[in-house]
Design a protein around this ligand. Structure first.
Ligand code: ATP
Length: 450
């Protein structure tokens, strides 16, 4: 069943049509004035429109009906429009069919024929809507990656994290993944989905840090065509796309306080309404969130809603920093080296002893992502089958001004830095350097800086 909108200036027809058609539609609305059509279609979903062709007294060219048909089809292509006229000119019928009417009825109508025409119009609209939704879903999914990732790691901390993932993956609980940047939180989210009962459905990811304040609702809940200036067509939101599957909200700590309330409402009610729409859509999702922020601290500072935190973190999985994973650094370095050597056609590459030493001693503030980039650079730059320590250039090696390890040169560099930071204040510069004002003054004199 569906909704039917009747437009005819002859009000006596409304009641007759409503009596005949009532058992076959969920809702029937009848309008006498065609000016009301677009407003009516904007507030409620109609699958079929029964449209008279002439509205102004004395006019029977059908031009008005054709104009309204065009308008309806332009904005709502999935609605089936059945034309109705007492003046059954064949040309008019052909013209309206060409513009997109699904059929044509002559007044006075035969009840059986009218019913059959409207029922097939209803079916047509339903299949159009289904196809449209499927197409939208397929389009959105093409950009989503749902491949189970290989999580490399043999260290005790990684093994215990993996067994936790397998255990909780199977349940339907909401999971919060925490950890520093680049530790592999996204991989963990994919693994949780992989181990869940929902793995035949999609894992849909939303980067909450990248969703703008104005487009948040449209991105998450979808919108109907015409809901706002740029809403040129209906859009399915990420919640609906993830229905029956998992929704991964990455960087959830970056969500503004006002948007947190909107997200919480959708999670609590387990339903959404598209922007500009009025249909309530029930949603069945498993929620996985991730952040590199301390949400408990953010709750204390009133930057994150406590009720939202409790809703998203039934289970928390902390992804360890790379520096805490011991031999996994070498394991991962070799893994990336092999992958990248293949990618750049470099043959069999090996790390030198000192390169391995450098890799294991470094503290990896950017974690696995930084390691991956460091290895990629080294693989690209190496001219031999051995990757030397010089090619292992990490972010902190790059950022430092240290071009020398000579102590006198280092001292001069530090003094210059401190003086630059405190240009008019030798005491403050001395304080930062951890020496007395007099000592700094003597050194400056020696270096010709006073
Ligand atoms: N254990 C692992 N095994 C193999 N690859 C990994 C592992 N951990 C991370 N990676 C790789 O490191 C990169 C960074 O991982 P990912 O994007 O999952 O980190 P993240 O914690 O989500 O980062 P951010 O906090 O910046 O969003 C990705 O290319 C990922 O494939």
């Amino acid at each position: 069943m569906g909704n039917l909108l009747i437009i005819d200036d002859n009000i006596s027809i409304h009641a007759t049509l409503e009596i005949i058609l009532e058992p076959y539609f969920d809702k029937i609305t009848a309008l006498a004035d065609p000016q009301e059509i677009m407003k009516t279609l904007a507030v409620e979903d109609y699958q079929v429109v029964l449209l008279d062709m002439n509205f102004s007294p004395g006019l029977n060219t059908g031009a008005e009906g054709i104009r309204w048909l065009k308008k309806i089809k332009e904005t709502y292509p999935a609605i089936s429009v059945v034309m109705m006229t007492a003046y059954g000119h064949v040309e008019l019928a052909v013209e309206s069919l060409k513009i997109g009417a699904s059929d044509f009825i002559l007044k006075p109508w035969e009840n059986r024929k009218l019913l059959a025409t409207l029922q097939s119009a209803l079916q047509l609209s339903e299949s159009k809507n289904e196809i449209k939704e499927l197409k939208q879903k397929a389009k959105a999914l093409r950009t989503e990656e749902n491949i189970f990732p290989e999580i490399i790691g043999e260290s005790a901390v990684m093994k215990s994290m993996m067994s936790l993932i397998e255990k909780v993956g199977m349940t339907d609980t909401n999971i919060l993944i925490t950890g520093e940047n680049g530790t592999g939180k996204e991989l963990v989210a994919k693994a949780i989905h992989h181990f869940s009962k929902r793995n035949q459905e999609q894992l849909v990811e939303v980067d909450m840090g990248a969703v703008s304040e104005t487009l948040f609702e449209s991105e998450l809940f979808g919108h109907v065509k015409g809901a706002f200036t740029d809403a040129h067509q209906d859009r399915i939101g990420k919640f609906e796309l993830a229905n029956k599957g998992s929704l991964f909200l990455d960087e959830i700590g970056n969500l503004s306080f006002s948007l947190q309330a909107k997200l919480l409402a959708a999670l609590q009610n387990r339903q959404i309404t598209k922007v500009g729409g009025n249909k309530v859509i029930p949603i069945d999702i498993r929620l996985i969130s991730a952040t590199n922020k301390n949400l408990f601290k953010m709750v204390e500072n009133e930057e994150f809603r406590q009720d939202l935190l409790y809703r998203i973190n039934t289970i928390q999985i902390e992804v360890p920093a790379l520096r805490e994973r011991g031999d996994d650094i070498v394991l991962l370095a070799n893994h990336f080296k092999n992958l990248l050597a293949k990618k750049y056609d470099k043959g069999d590459l090996q790390f030198s002893e000192s390169a391995l030493d450098k890799l294991t001693k470094y503290h990896w503030p950017g974690n696995v992502r930084e390691l991956q980039h460091t290895i990629e650079r080294a693989v690209i730059l190496t001219d031999s089958i051995q990757i030397s320590a010089e090619l292992i250039v990490t972010s902190s090696t790059e950022n430092t001004d240290v071009k020398t390890l000579n102590m006198a040169d280092m001292e001069e560099m530090l003094i210059k830095k401190a003086l630059k930071r405190h240009p008019q204040n030798i005491s403050a510069a001395a304080g930062e350097l951890g020496v007395t004002r007099q000592t700094l003054y003597n050194k400056m004199k020696k270096l010709g800086l006073s």
